[in-house]
Design a protein around this ligand. Structure first.
Ligand SMILES: [Zn+2]
Length: 352
């Protein structure tokens, strides 16, 4: 039996302070896409009506039964057009669905990390915060003129992904005459391309720092880029930091110090089609690459086992969760109310 945990209208007093009987039952409705009638409710304070579906991430979706397939295909290296063809959706419908699902999973990942942080502050763990960080490159729309850098921060043991934040960087590397002309043309039209990679690196470290606010010892592995020590000192000031730098020209195979982060990047390139090299699949805009990365990181952190031979997810191995989420839970209750969103780990009723 479903009991609404709060009034879903954020401007209502019963959203923040729900009393046990803030609502009355208000009949049912039938949806074409669902086998069972869906209960409706009425808030006693604001007198507006809502239904169980109002609390679900697929609220107002067309074809909600396709949502898990969309997520699976977009986390398997398949492009948007091919996903649309396979699922018999129009490309525009698929894009709308993918963005809604990605925003939902991004919020879920953030809300769950925020809960981990609250627990960490309430009962600090003695375990150090262990991290590896690296940046890798891709581009938006035009490879020649619009490169992007993506700093990725992970726990090298559990492979929990704290952040992967794309940021524009200025074109660099081999300059042909055609490339110089293309860059000049872009600068004439849009001004010089910004370089926001430092901000993105700091934000990526900050995501890890915020998830374990009480960790007094931090162990960080990076390559030898000279800006990293400054970023690390800034983000983790007041904590004991051990920073191990490894030259990136060294071999990258298993057993090398930065293998975990290099392996994570290789998996990202394989499972996010638009990051693949020499591919038709290109990010038109950085903001949608960002959404796609948040989608796959939430999926990998809380649902997928760390490796094929594991039964536990990165979140479980890191001590952030006691079990994996099921797909119906990952795509379950809506998460746009920050800390007031229902947790998928303590369900408010069985998910349909
Ligand atoms: Zn209300």
């Amino acid at each position: 039996m479903f009991h609404p945990p709060r009034c879903p209208f954020v401007d209502c007093d019963r959203h923040r302070h729900p009393e046990p009987s803030f609502y009355t039952r208000h009949g049912y409705y039938r949806a074409q896409c669902r086998a069972h009638p869906i209960p409706r409710f009425r808030c006693r304070a604001c007198e507006r009506t809502f239904s169980r579906q109002t609390f679900h991430s697929s609220y107002r979706d067309q074809k909600p039964h396709l949502n898990s397939s969309v997520l699976n295909l977009l986390c398997s290296g398949i492009g948007f057009r091919q996903t649309a063809r396979v699922l018999k959706l129009t490309p525009n419908n698929l894009v709308a669905k993918a963005r809604k699902i990605s925003r939902h999973v991004a919020r879920l990942d953030q809300n769950l990390k925020d809960r981990v942080a609250l627990l960490d502050e309430a009962a600090p763990s003695v375990a150090p915060l262990e991290l590896q960080m690296d940046e890798f490159e891709t581009y938006e729309s035009r490879r020649n003129t619009r490169p992007i850098s993506i700093p990725v921060v992970i726990d090298p043991v559990s492979r929990f992904r704290f952040a992967a934040i794309p940021a524009p960087i200025r074109p660099r590397g081999t300059m042909t005459i055609a490339r110089i002309a293309a860059i000049a043309e872009e600068e004439r039209r849009y001004g010089p391309r910004q370089d926001l990679s430092a901000e993105a690196c700091i934000a990526a470290f900050q995501a890890a720092a915020d998830t374990r606010p009480a960790a007094s010892t931090v162990i960080v592995g990076t390559d030898c880029k000279t800006t990293y020590p400054g970023f690390i000192a800034k983000v983790f000031s007041g904590r004991k930091v051990y920073h191990q730098q490894t030259a990136s020209v060294r071999s990258r195979g298993a057993g090398t110090p930065l293998f975990a982060i290099n392996h994570t990047e290789a998996i990202l390139r394989d499972h996010v089609g638009r990051l693949r090299r020499n591919s038709w699949l290109v990010s038109k805009k950085q903001q949608y690459l960002d959404l796609h990365l948040r989608l796959i990181n939430g999926f990998r952190n809380w649902l997928r086992p760390r490796f094929n031979t594991d039964t536990r997810t990165p979140a479980q191995i890191a001590g952030f969760a006691t079990r994996p989420l099921k797909m119906a839970e990952l795509l379950g209750w809506r998460q746009d109310w920050a800390a007031l969103s229902p947790s998928p780990f303590t369900p408010i009723c069985a998910l349909h």
